[in-house]
Design a binder for this molecule. Sequence first.
Ligand code: NAI
Ligand code: MG
Length: 357
Amino acid sequence: MKHHSLAVIPGDGIGPEIMNEAMKVLQLIEEMHGGFKFDIQSFNWNCEYYLKHGKMMPDNGMEILKDFDVILFGAVGEPRVPDHISVWELILPIRKTFEQYVNMRPIKLLKGLESPLRHKSHDDLDFVVIRENTEGEYSNMGGRLHQNTPYEIAVQNNVFTRYGTERIVKYAYEYASCHNVKRLTAATKSNAMNHSMTFWDDIVKEISQQYNTIETNLYHIDALAAYFVSNPEKFDVVVASNLFGDILTDLGAAIVGGLGLAPSGNINPEQKYPSMFEPIHGSAPDIAGKGIANPIAQIWSVGMMMDHLGYSELNHLILESIENVLVDGKVRTPDLGGTATTSDMGDAILERLRTLL
Ligand code: NAI
Ligand code: MG
Protein backbone atom coordinates (compact mmCIF):
# COMPACT_ATOMS: atom_id res chain seq x y z
CA MET A 1 0.00 0.00 0.00
CA LYS A 2 1.27 3.46 -0.92
CA HIS A 3 1.61 6.02 1.86
CA HIS A 4 1.33 9.77 1.29
CA SER A 5 2.11 12.22 4.05
CA LEU A 6 -0.32 15.11 4.16
CA ALA A 7 -0.10 18.32 6.19
CA VAL A 8 -3.51 19.91 6.75
CA ILE A 9 -3.73 23.60 7.65
CA PRO A 10 -7.41 24.58 8.01
CA GLY A 11 -6.60 28.20 8.93
CA ASP A 12 -9.22 30.77 9.91
CA GLY A 13 -12.85 31.69 9.36
CA ILE A 14 -14.62 29.26 7.06
CA GLY A 15 -11.32 27.40 6.51
CA PRO A 16 -11.94 24.76 9.20
CA GLU A 17 -15.63 24.45 8.19
CA ILE A 18 -14.91 23.60 4.56
CA MET A 19 -11.85 21.53 5.46
CA ASN A 20 -14.12 19.28 7.49
CA GLU A 21 -16.04 18.38 4.34
CA ALA A 22 -12.83 17.89 2.36
CA MET A 23 -11.53 15.47 4.99
CA LYS A 24 -14.71 13.40 4.71
CA VAL A 25 -14.14 13.07 0.98
CA LEU A 26 -10.51 12.15 1.49
CA GLN A 27 -11.43 9.49 4.01
CA LEU A 28 -14.01 8.01 1.64
CA ILE A 29 -11.69 7.77 -1.35
CA GLU A 30 -9.02 6.23 0.85
CA GLU A 31 -11.44 3.56 2.09
CA MET A 32 -13.01 2.79 -1.28
CA HIS A 33 -9.81 2.87 -3.34
CA GLY A 34 -7.79 0.73 -0.95
CA GLY A 35 -4.48 1.30 -2.74
CA PHE A 36 -3.15 4.21 -0.70
CA LYS A 37 -3.18 5.67 2.74
CA PHE A 38 -2.74 9.26 3.88
CA ASP A 39 -0.64 9.89 6.98
CA ILE A 40 -2.27 13.10 8.07
CA GLN A 41 -1.00 15.70 10.47
CA SER A 42 -3.10 18.78 11.16
CA PHE A 43 -1.63 22.15 12.16
CA ASN A 44 -3.49 24.89 13.98
CA TRP A 45 -1.37 27.66 12.49
CA ASN A 46 -3.74 30.58 12.08
CA CYS A 47 -4.61 33.97 13.52
CA GLU A 48 -5.61 32.45 16.86
CA TYR A 49 -2.12 30.96 17.02
CA TYR A 50 -0.68 34.38 16.18
CA LEU A 51 -2.60 36.07 18.98
CA LYS A 52 -1.18 33.54 21.44
CA HIS A 53 2.40 33.26 20.16
CA GLY A 54 3.04 36.44 18.18
CA LYS A 55 3.70 34.48 14.98
CA MET A 56 1.60 32.61 12.47
CA MET A 57 3.66 29.41 12.72
CA PRO A 58 6.49 28.16 14.92
CA ASP A 59 10.03 29.13 13.94
CA ASN A 60 10.67 25.66 12.55
CA GLY A 61 7.29 25.57 10.75
CA MET A 62 8.74 25.43 7.26
CA GLU A 63 11.22 22.77 8.37
CA ILE A 64 8.29 20.66 9.59
CA LEU A 65 6.26 21.10 6.40
CA LYS A 66 9.19 20.36 4.11
CA ASP A 67 9.01 16.64 4.73
CA PHE A 68 5.38 16.21 3.72
CA ASP A 69 4.37 14.99 0.28
CA VAL A 70 1.51 17.47 -0.02
CA ILE A 71 -0.24 20.23 1.90
CA LEU A 72 -3.96 20.92 1.97
CA PHE A 73 -4.77 24.47 2.99
CA GLY A 74 -8.05 26.14 3.93
CA ALA A 75 -7.86 29.92 4.15
CA VAL A 76 -6.16 32.40 6.38
CA GLY A 77 -7.17 35.81 7.72
CA GLU A 78 -9.23 37.23 10.54
CA PRO A 79 -10.16 40.77 11.47
CA ARG A 80 -8.07 40.85 14.69
CA VAL A 81 -4.81 40.35 12.77
CA PRO A 82 -3.77 42.62 9.89
CA ASP A 83 -4.02 40.79 6.57
CA HIS A 84 -0.48 41.66 5.55
CA ILE A 85 0.76 39.75 8.59
CA SER A 86 -1.41 36.65 8.27
CA VAL A 87 -0.80 36.38 4.54
CA TRP A 88 2.91 37.21 4.60
CA GLU A 89 3.74 34.94 7.54
CA LEU A 90 1.81 31.85 6.54
CA ILE A 91 0.65 31.42 2.99
CA LEU A 92 3.28 33.40 1.09
CA PRO A 93 6.34 31.81 2.80
CA ILE A 94 4.97 28.36 1.91
CA ARG A 95 4.44 29.29 -1.74
CA LYS A 96 7.83 30.98 -2.06
CA THR A 97 10.11 28.75 0.03
CA PHE A 98 8.75 25.59 -1.52
CA GLU A 99 9.14 27.06 -5.01
CA GLN A 100 5.47 26.48 -5.73
CA TYR A 101 5.95 28.77 -8.66
CA VAL A 102 2.94 27.52 -10.55
CA ASN A 103 -0.43 28.55 -9.24
CA MET A 104 -2.88 26.52 -11.31
CA ARG A 105 -6.41 27.83 -11.29
CA PRO A 106 -9.15 26.18 -13.36
CA ILE A 107 -12.04 28.38 -14.46
CA LYS A 108 -14.77 25.97 -15.44
CA LEU A 109 -18.53 26.30 -15.55
CA LEU A 110 -19.69 23.15 -13.79
CA LYS A 111 -22.63 21.20 -15.15
CA GLY A 112 -25.76 22.10 -13.22
CA LEU A 113 -24.78 25.75 -12.87
CA GLU A 114 -25.72 28.75 -14.90
CA SER A 115 -23.10 31.41 -15.30
CA PRO A 116 -23.98 35.05 -14.77
CA LEU A 117 -23.03 35.03 -18.48
CA ARG A 118 -26.01 32.83 -19.26
CA HIS A 119 -25.64 32.90 -23.00
CA LYS A 120 -22.22 31.24 -22.74
CA SER A 121 -21.96 27.46 -22.89
CA HIS A 122 -20.01 25.07 -20.68
CA ASP A 123 -17.39 24.81 -23.41
CA ASP A 124 -17.04 28.59 -23.57
CA LEU A 125 -16.29 28.77 -19.87
CA ASP A 126 -13.56 26.20 -19.46
CA PHE A 127 -9.94 27.32 -19.21
CA VAL A 128 -7.04 27.50 -16.78
CA VAL A 129 -5.14 30.45 -15.44
CA ILE A 130 -1.50 29.74 -14.61
CA ARG A 131 -0.34 32.35 -12.17
CA GLU A 132 3.29 33.05 -11.27
CA ASN A 133 3.44 32.44 -7.54
CA THR A 134 6.83 33.45 -6.13
CA GLU A 135 7.85 36.94 -7.29
CA GLY A 136 6.52 39.74 -9.49
CA GLU A 137 4.37 42.26 -7.72
CA TYR A 138 4.27 40.26 -4.45
CA SER A 139 7.98 40.54 -3.82
CA ASN A 140 8.22 42.07 -0.34
CA MET A 141 10.94 44.39 -1.66
CA GLY A 142 10.52 48.00 -0.75
CA GLY A 143 9.79 49.90 2.39
CA ARG A 144 8.15 52.81 4.12
CA LEU A 145 10.16 55.83 5.05
CA HIS A 146 9.40 58.95 7.12
CA GLN A 147 6.33 57.34 8.58
CA ASN A 148 3.75 59.69 10.07
CA THR A 149 5.34 62.76 8.55
CA PRO A 150 4.18 64.78 5.58
CA TYR A 151 7.17 63.33 3.69
CA GLU A 152 6.08 59.75 4.18
CA ILE A 153 6.90 57.53 1.24
CA ALA A 154 6.10 53.91 0.37
CA VAL A 155 7.89 51.89 -2.29
CA GLN A 156 6.82 48.41 -3.36
CA ASN A 157 9.06 47.00 -6.04
CA ASN A 158 8.03 44.57 -8.72
CA VAL A 159 10.62 41.87 -9.18
CA PHE A 160 10.76 39.93 -12.42
CA THR A 161 13.71 37.61 -12.82
CA ARG A 162 14.61 35.81 -16.03
CA TYR A 163 14.69 32.53 -14.11
CA GLY A 164 11.27 33.10 -12.52
CA THR A 165 9.60 34.39 -15.65
CA GLU A 166 11.01 31.76 -17.98
CA ARG A 167 9.97 28.87 -15.79
CA ILE A 168 6.33 29.95 -15.45
CA VAL A 169 5.97 30.81 -19.14
CA LYS A 170 7.60 27.53 -20.11
CA TYR A 171 5.30 25.63 -17.76
CA ALA A 172 2.27 27.28 -19.38
CA TYR A 173 3.40 26.33 -22.90
CA GLU A 174 4.21 22.79 -21.78
CA TYR A 175 0.78 22.55 -20.16
CA ALA A 176 -0.87 23.78 -23.36
CA SER A 177 1.18 21.40 -25.45
CA CYS A 178 0.40 18.36 -23.23
CA HIS A 179 -3.32 19.18 -23.24
CA ASN A 180 -3.41 19.69 -26.96
CA VAL A 181 -4.36 23.33 -26.61
CA LYS A 182 -3.77 25.55 -29.60
CA ARG A 183 -3.95 29.00 -28.02
CA LEU A 184 -2.11 30.59 -25.15
CA THR A 185 -2.84 34.02 -23.74
CA ALA A 186 -0.32 36.00 -21.72
CA ALA A 187 -1.48 38.87 -19.52
CA THR A 188 0.64 41.98 -19.91
CA LYS A 189 0.62 45.72 -19.36
CA SER A 190 3.74 46.62 -21.25
CA ASN A 191 2.23 49.87 -22.50
CA ALA A 192 2.36 51.35 -19.01
CA MET A 193 4.79 49.11 -17.11
CA ASN A 194 7.54 49.70 -19.58
CA HIS A 195 10.34 47.84 -17.77
CA SER A 196 8.91 44.79 -16.08
CA MET A 197 6.18 43.99 -18.56
CA THR A 198 8.23 44.57 -21.70
CA PHE A 199 10.67 42.07 -20.18
CA TRP A 200 7.75 39.67 -19.58
CA ASP A 201 6.60 40.12 -23.20
CA ASP A 202 10.11 39.47 -24.53
CA ILE A 203 10.32 36.19 -22.64
CA VAL A 204 6.85 35.12 -23.79
CA LYS A 205 7.88 35.82 -27.38
CA GLU A 206 11.20 33.99 -26.96
CA ILE A 207 9.59 30.88 -25.54
CA SER A 208 6.71 30.96 -28.01
CA GLN A 209 9.30 30.26 -30.75
CA GLN A 210 9.72 26.76 -29.35
CA TYR A 211 5.98 26.08 -29.67
CA ASN A 212 5.06 27.19 -33.14
CA THR A 213 1.86 25.13 -33.28
CA ILE A 214 0.45 27.20 -30.41
CA GLU A 215 -0.98 30.63 -31.20
CA THR A 216 0.19 33.26 -28.71
CA ASN A 217 -1.87 36.28 -27.72
CA LEU A 218 -0.55 39.02 -25.48
CA TYR A 219 -3.40 41.06 -24.01
CA HIS A 220 -3.19 44.02 -21.68
CA ILE A 221 -4.60 43.12 -18.32
CA ASP A 222 -7.40 45.69 -18.41
CA ALA A 223 -8.69 44.50 -21.78
CA LEU A 224 -8.15 40.91 -20.73
CA ALA A 225 -10.37 41.44 -17.70
CA ALA A 226 -13.08 42.78 -19.98
CA TYR A 227 -12.71 39.79 -22.36
CA PHE A 228 -13.17 37.40 -19.43
CA VAL A 229 -16.70 38.75 -19.24
CA SER A 230 -17.46 39.52 -22.89
CA ASN A 231 -15.59 36.69 -24.68
CA PRO A 232 -14.49 33.95 -22.27
CA GLU A 233 -14.46 31.48 -25.17
CA LYS A 234 -11.27 33.20 -26.36
CA PHE A 235 -9.28 31.43 -23.62
CA ASP A 236 -7.78 28.00 -23.04
CA VAL A 237 -4.58 28.66 -21.12
CA VAL A 238 -3.84 32.06 -19.61
CA VAL A 239 -0.45 32.79 -18.06
CA ALA A 240 -0.12 35.78 -15.77
CA SER A 241 2.13 37.43 -13.22
CA ASN A 242 1.40 37.10 -9.53
CA LEU A 243 -0.88 40.14 -9.08
CA PHE A 244 -2.57 39.94 -12.48
CA GLY A 245 -3.23 36.23 -12.00
CA ASP A 246 -4.63 36.83 -8.55
CA ILE A 247 -7.13 39.40 -9.77
CA LEU A 248 -8.03 37.53 -12.95
CA THR A 249 -8.90 34.36 -11.06
CA ASP A 250 -11.32 36.01 -8.63
CA LEU A 251 -12.98 37.45 -11.73
CA GLY A 252 -12.83 34.01 -13.34
CA ALA A 253 -14.50 32.49 -10.29
CA ALA A 254 -17.22 35.12 -10.43
CA ILE A 255 -18.15 34.33 -14.04
CA VAL A 256 -18.54 30.63 -13.30
CA GLY A 257 -20.73 31.16 -10.26
CA GLY A 258 -18.67 32.48 -7.38
CA LEU A 259 -15.65 32.18 -5.15
CA GLY A 260 -17.01 29.16 -3.31
CA LEU A 261 -16.44 27.05 -6.42
CA ALA A 262 -12.87 27.81 -7.43
CA PRO A 263 -9.97 25.51 -6.40
CA SER A 264 -6.24 25.93 -6.93
CA GLY A 265 -2.94 24.13 -6.81
CA ASN A 266 0.34 25.73 -5.74
CA ILE A 267 2.66 23.43 -7.56
CA ASN A 268 6.36 22.74 -7.36
CA PRO A 269 6.68 20.94 -10.70
CA GLU A 270 10.11 19.51 -9.87
CA GLN A 271 8.59 17.88 -6.76
CA LYS A 272 11.59 18.95 -4.74
CA TYR A 273 9.17 20.39 -2.18
CA PRO A 274 5.56 19.64 -1.26
CA SER A 275 2.85 21.23 -3.38
CA MET A 276 -0.17 22.82 -1.71
CA PHE A 277 -3.85 22.76 -2.67
CA GLU A 278 -6.42 25.29 -1.51
CA PRO A 279 -9.53 27.17 -2.59
CA ILE A 280 -8.72 30.53 -4.15
CA HIS A 281 -11.05 32.37 -1.79
CA GLY A 282 -10.16 33.68 1.65
CA SER A 283 -11.54 33.03 5.13
CA ALA A 284 -14.83 34.86 4.46
CA PRO A 285 -15.25 36.43 7.92
CA ASP A 286 -18.69 37.71 6.89
CA ILE A 287 -20.13 34.19 6.87
CA ALA A 288 -17.68 32.39 9.20
CA GLY A 289 -19.26 30.38 12.01
CA LYS A 290 -22.64 30.20 10.30
CA GLY A 291 -22.06 26.81 8.69
CA ILE A 292 -23.14 28.02 5.26
CA ALA A 293 -19.84 28.27 3.34
CA ASN A 294 -19.74 26.38 0.08
CA PRO A 295 -17.24 23.50 0.44
CA ILE A 296 -16.94 22.79 -3.31
CA ALA A 297 -13.71 24.75 -3.87
CA GLN A 298 -12.06 22.91 -0.97
CA ILE A 299 -13.34 19.50 -2.11
CA TRP A 300 -12.27 20.12 -5.70
CA SER A 301 -8.84 21.11 -4.31
CA VAL A 302 -8.65 17.57 -2.89
CA GLY A 303 -9.36 16.38 -6.45
CA MET A 304 -6.48 18.47 -7.80
CA MET A 305 -4.27 17.07 -5.06
CA MET A 306 -5.17 13.51 -6.07
CA ASP A 307 -4.40 14.36 -9.68
CA HIS A 308 -1.00 15.69 -8.61
CA LEU A 309 -0.31 12.46 -6.70
CA GLY A 310 -1.05 10.42 -9.81
CA TYR A 311 -4.69 9.45 -9.21
CA SER A 312 -6.28 11.46 -12.01
CA GLU A 313 -9.26 9.08 -12.13
CA LEU A 314 -10.15 10.12 -8.57
CA ASN A 315 -10.01 13.78 -9.56
CA HIS A 316 -12.48 13.05 -12.38
CA LEU A 317 -14.81 11.19 -10.03
CA ILE A 318 -14.74 13.97 -7.44
CA LEU A 319 -15.58 16.52 -10.11
CA GLU A 320 -18.30 14.28 -11.48
CA SER A 321 -19.86 13.93 -8.01
CA ILE A 322 -19.81 17.69 -7.53
CA GLU A 323 -21.45 18.21 -10.93
CA ASN A 324 -24.04 15.49 -10.28
CA VAL A 325 -25.10 17.23 -7.08
CA LEU A 326 -25.29 20.57 -8.87
CA VAL A 327 -27.32 19.14 -11.75
CA ASP A 328 -29.66 17.51 -9.27
CA GLY A 329 -30.04 20.96 -7.75
CA LYS A 330 -31.69 19.97 -4.49
CA VAL A 331 -28.74 20.67 -2.22
CA ARG A 332 -27.20 24.11 -2.62
CA THR A 333 -25.52 26.49 -0.22
CA PRO A 334 -26.82 30.10 -0.04
CA ASP A 335 -24.13 31.44 -2.42
CA LEU A 336 -25.74 29.21 -5.08
CA GLY A 337 -29.25 30.33 -4.18
CA GLY A 338 -30.13 27.46 -1.84
CA THR A 339 -30.51 26.94 1.90
CA ALA A 340 -28.20 23.97 2.47
CA THR A 341 -25.45 24.03 5.07
CA THR A 342 -21.78 23.36 4.45
CA SER A 343 -22.13 19.80 5.72
CA ASP A 344 -25.37 19.14 3.75
CA MET A 345 -23.45 20.02 0.62
CA GLY A 346 -20.39 18.00 1.64
CA ASP A 347 -22.57 14.98 2.51
CA ALA A 348 -24.46 15.17 -0.79
CA ILE A 349 -21.17 15.11 -2.72
CA LEU A 350 -19.91 12.31 -0.51
CA GLU A 351 -23.01 10.16 -1.11
CA ARG A 352 -22.73 10.68 -4.84
CA LEU A 353 -19.03 9.85 -4.80
CA ARG A 354 -19.72 6.66 -2.87
CA THR A 355 -21.92 5.40 -5.72
CA LEU A 356 -19.29 6.26 -8.34
CA LEU A 357 -16.26 4.72 -6.64
P1 NAI B 1 -12.93 36.16 0.68
O1 NAI B 1 -12.57 35.31 -0.47
O2 NAI B 1 -12.70 35.59 2.04
O3 NAI B 1 -14.47 36.58 0.59
C1 NAI B 1 -15.00 37.35 -0.48
C2 NAI B 1 -16.52 37.10 -0.58
O4 NAI B 1 -16.76 35.77 -1.09
C3 NAI B 1 -17.22 37.17 0.77
O5 NAI B 1 -18.48 37.78 0.61
C4 NAI B 1 -17.38 35.71 1.16
O6 NAI B 1 -18.49 35.46 2.00
C5 NAI B 1 -17.54 35.02 -0.19
N1 NAI B 1 -17.02 33.64 -0.13
C6 NAI B 1 -15.71 33.27 -0.12
N2 NAI B 1 -15.62 31.94 -0.02
C7 NAI B 1 -16.86 31.44 0.03
C8 NAI B 1 -17.41 30.12 0.14
N3 NAI B 1 -16.63 29.02 0.22
N4 NAI B 1 -18.76 29.98 0.16
C9 NAI B 1 -19.55 31.04 0.08
N5 NAI B 1 -19.10 32.31 -0.02
C10 NAI B 1 -17.77 32.52 -0.04
O7 NAI B 1 -12.10 37.53 0.51
P2 NAI B 1 -11.95 38.80 1.48
O8 NAI B 1 -13.25 39.07 2.16
O9 NAI B 1 -11.31 39.82 0.66
O10 NAI B 1 -10.89 38.36 2.57
C11 NAI B 1 -11.22 37.80 3.84
C12 NAI B 1 -9.94 37.32 4.52
O11 NAI B 1 -9.35 36.26 3.77
C13 NAI B 1 -8.86 38.39 4.63
O12 NAI B 1 -8.26 38.25 5.89
C14 NAI B 1 -7.89 38.05 3.51
O13 NAI B 1 -6.57 38.48 3.73
C15 NAI B 1 -7.97 36.56 3.52
N6 NAI B 1 -7.57 35.89 2.24
C16 NAI B 1 -6.87 34.73 2.37
C17 NAI B 1 -6.53 34.00 1.25
C18 NAI B 1 -5.83 32.69 1.44
O14 NAI B 1 -5.81 32.15 2.53
N7 NAI B 1 -5.23 32.12 0.40
C19 NAI B 1 -6.89 34.46 -0.10
C20 NAI B 1 -7.69 35.66 -0.11
C21 NAI B 1 -8.01 36.35 1.03
MG1 MG C 1 -6.77 36.03 -4.30
